[in-house]
Design a protein around this ligand. Structure first.
Ligand code: C2E
Ligand code: MG
Ligand code: MG
Length: 735
């Protein structure tokens, strides 16, 4: 029981003033007072408010029972007046059965409680008096010059720095009054209390994060207060919860802690010091927990949320969106040139860049959104409470505009650029995992496209991504099961009309799809590094084929092999090529290595160094698809090889476009000036052939002469006879 008298085991002595004009009601209260156990009440009566006021000033009264209505005067008004002059004496309003709506008026006026006289019994009256006069609410002086405490502060109540904002979630009025008076005693005028009696509104309010602490009844009507605590904590509520229970036992204690409550108190045992300690402890503990959690959730470099915090926040945002029928947006941001900056200028510059980008991203979103760094240059933003996709598009535009501005990394300014993949919940995903996958798919789909763009997820992207995954799996199997084959396309010397070599072109004999061209899988093989084992196989097979033709006594011709950038970045490639040639005892001049200009440009210095080494070994080096990339004369000058292959798009157009004719003509002239040989790719018509011959092209390759064919179809005739169309005069013959 509440320690009202301060002396445990002894009945509590109280002087109570009853303001009541009705004799019967007075008699009733008098009888009940006698019946109350544990209370020794000295009841004084005043029949009107003036007498009551005088009595209050003269006598040592500890509580006041005020009839709601004396004649034409209102008990509520009386309470309000007393409270207005600073009276802290607990006042309890007595109402009749017909006085509806008194409760709110009474509380608003500052009454400590109200009691319905009809059906009133000793037990209830005793309880209310005990609560009202517990040491925490009883003051020595009936009227002190203290401001009233315990006023309800609504949602809009402005809290001061020292204010204690308490959310009381309690469906029992008596317990409400008890707790309120204890709190009022502890925090005085700094108490800003809000009382909510039912589960759902209480949860909504708790989630708004406006209070310092919540005190929750274990029983809330048919529901359990712990369920509310659990739900609130799950939805990210950081406020500490103190649970009030009717009785205490170890099980409830454990259950409360597991639900996320900071403390639990047994109602009958609560005193002001106990409650105060519990509240202060709960708040401090939650603060410390939050600080620790923040440390564990922050990316130390940028101060943004880290991967763990991001995941928690996303889960929570989706749970809230489900409850509120709102939407969530997820953006994944890929910095286009971070790696280049890091590699070129060092890690310190990279760190500066990441910090700058982090603060720009933060400035682009609302405080309620979350910007996180997942690691490296991977950034992500969770946008909560999204209206529609158009809002997300606006935000993405804003971010891209920021990303376009140069970043100062100390010694200079660099351009980074970014691409963004966006997914929307619930349109594009049904859970946190799938929205991450969707945003990632959208970002991936945007890669390789114009830098500085954003892409919304579409189901089509998903199908493509799934196709790629399937393709990659199949490719791995193809390597294991040797489903690859090399086709060879003849290259013809325009001055002799004879075969001078082949280009080896990769084909995939897919068990179901049939023959698959490299356009379908080379790019993916490069991204997944599968190109390395494939490239080794191509080189090995080419060398084996060269040796086989040699052993069959065919005239020696070269075979050109396509290399990708990824293969060039492989440190052991030079040694591998050298050893393979040696194993088949081949003259290095029989091998040609083709690389495209754009592949060289990925790492020009390394590429040139490697190509020079190949040239020094005697291997022919060709620049493939010339004219489609940057095609600067400087690159051409620095090129360590001997052959330039003009891309087939120019060859195709020489018949129709003057511009293509001009380009081909000047390309040929330019390469000859640099002492390089020119191969024209994709020759399909005699008109093209004519043109190329008239402009001194050295070598041709194309369907007009032969499509790429398997080794089994290459016979002595191909090696030994003229391969140009019959009607076509040879350069030598023309000369
Ligand atoms: P590329 O190196 O430019 O090869 C020439 C492509 O043009 C070949 O396509 C060839 O079949 C095609 N072609 C040749 N003559 C004509 C013609 O007259 N008309 C038309 N329309 N096309 C013609 P393919 O075999 O589909 O190869 C495409 C690309 O795949 C190649 O372009 C090359 O970049 C790459 N590739 C092929 N094999 C390999 C390989 O073993 N390794 C690597 N890394 N890439 C390869
Ligand atoms: Mg090629
Ligand atoms: Mg080519």
């Amino acid at each position: 029981m509440l320690g009202a008298s301060g002396v445990i085991g002894q009945p509590m002595k109280l002087t109570v003033l009853l303001v009541e004009d009705d004799d019967d009601d007075y008699a009733l209260v008098q009888e009940l007072m006698v019946e109350i156990q544990d209370l020794d009440v000295n009841l004084i009566r005043a029949s009107d408010y003036d007498t009551a006021l005088k009595t209050l000033l003269d006598a040592d009264v500890q509580a006041c029972l005020v009839d709601f209505c004396i004649g034409s005067e209102s008990g509520v008004e009386f309470v309000r007046r007393l409270k207005a002059i600073g009276c802290t004496l607990p006042m309890i309003i007595l109402t009749g059965a017909e006085d509806s709506g008194v409760d709110q008026q009474a509380l608003a006026a500052g009454a400590a409680n109200f009691l319905d006289k009809s059906g009133l019994d000793a037990e209830r009256l005793g309880r209310v008096l005990r609560y009202a006069c517990s040491p925490s609410t009883c003051t020595d002086q009936a009227c002190q010059n203290l401001p009233s405490v315990g006023m309800l502060t609504g949602a809009g109540g402005q809290a001061q720095a020292t204010d204690m904002r308490v959310l009381l979630i309690e469906d029992d009025e008596d317990d409400y009054f008890l707790t309120k008076s204890l709190l009022a005693d502890i925090f005085g005028r700094h108490l800003k209390m809000e009382w909510i009696a039912s589960w759902q509104p209480a949860l909504e309010r708790a989630l708004e994060g406006q209070h310092d602490v919540a005190i929750v009844d274990y029983r809330l009507g048919a529901r359990n207060g712990l369920e509310l605590v659990r739900e609130a904590v799950h939805l990210g509520c950081c406020m500490p919860f103190i649970v009030l229970t009717g009785e205490g036992n170890r099980e409830i204690d454990l259950e409360a802690m597991r639900a996320g409550a900071t403390d639990y108190l047994v109602k009958g045992e609560i005193t002001a010091p106990l409650l105060e300690r519990s509240i202060r402890y709960a708040i401090e503990r939650r603060k410390a927990e939050r600080h620790l959690a923040e440390l564990a959730q922050i990316d130390q470099l940028t101060g943004l949320a880290n991967r763990y915090h991001f995941r928690e926040f996303l889960d929570r945002s989706i749970a809230i969106a489900d409850r509120q029928k709102s939407h969530v947006g997820l953006m994944l941001i890929d910095l286009n040139r971070f790696k280049a900056v890091n590699d070129t200028y060092g890690h310190a510059a990279g760190d500066l860049l990441l910090r700058d980008i982090a603060s720009r991203l933060k400035d682009c979103v609302r405080p309620s959104d979350l910007v996180a760094r997942l690691g490296g240059d991977e950034f992500t933003i969770v946008i909560t409470d999204v209206d529609d996709k158009a809002t997300l598009a606006d935000t993405a535009e804003r971010i891209l505009a920021e990303m376009r501005k140069p970043v100062n990394i100390g010694s200079c300014d660099v351009d980074v650029g970014a691409s963004i993949g966006i997914a929307h919940y619930p349109t594009d995903a049904d859970c946190a995992d799938s929205i991450i996958v969707s945003a990632d798919t959208a970002m991936y789909a945007g890669k390789g496209q114009r830098s500085g763009s954003f892409h919304f997820y579409t189901p089509e992207m998903h199908r493509r991504a799934a196709y790629r995954i399937e393709l990659e799996r199949n490719l791995r199997r193809a390597i294991r099961q040797q489903q690859f084959e090399l086709y060879f396309q003849p290259q013809v010397n325009l001055s002799t009309g004879r075969l001078i070599g082949f280009e080896a072109l990769l084909r995939w004999n897919h068990p179901e799809l049939g023959l698959v061209a490299p356009g379908e899988f080379i790019e993916l093989a490069e991204e997944s590094s599968l190109i390395l084992p494939i490239g080794e196989w191509v080189l090995e097979t080419t060398c084996a084929q060269l040796a086989a033709w040699r052993d069959a006594g065919h005239p020696e011709v070269h075979v050109a092999v396509n290399f990708s950038a990824r293969q060039f970045q492989n440190a052991g490639i030079l040694e591998f090529v050298r050893r393979t040639l040696a194993r088949y005892d081949l003259d290095p001049r029989l091998l040609e290595i083709e690389i495209t200009e754009s592949d060289i440009l990925q790492k020009p210095a390394e590429a040139y160094r490697l190509l020079t080494s190949f040239s020094e070994l005697g291997i022919r080096v060709a620049l493939d698809d010339f004219g489609t990339g940057y095609s600067s004369l400087n690159h051409l000058r620095a090129f360590p090889g001997a052959i330039i292959k003009i891309d087939r798009s120019f060859v195709r157009d020489v018949e129709f476009a003057q511009s293509s004719r001009a380009i081909v003509q000047s390309l040929i002239a330019m390469t000859h000036d640099l002492d390089l040989k020119v191969v024209a790719e994709g020759v399909e018509t005699t008109a093209q052939l004519n043109y190329l011959q008239n402009h001194d092209c050295d070598i041709v390759q194309g369907f007009l002469i032969s499509k790429p064919i398997p080794a089994s179809a290459i016979n002595a005739e191909i090696f030994n006879t003229r391969l140009l169309p019959k009607a076509f005069p040879l350069t030598e013959e023309v000369a």
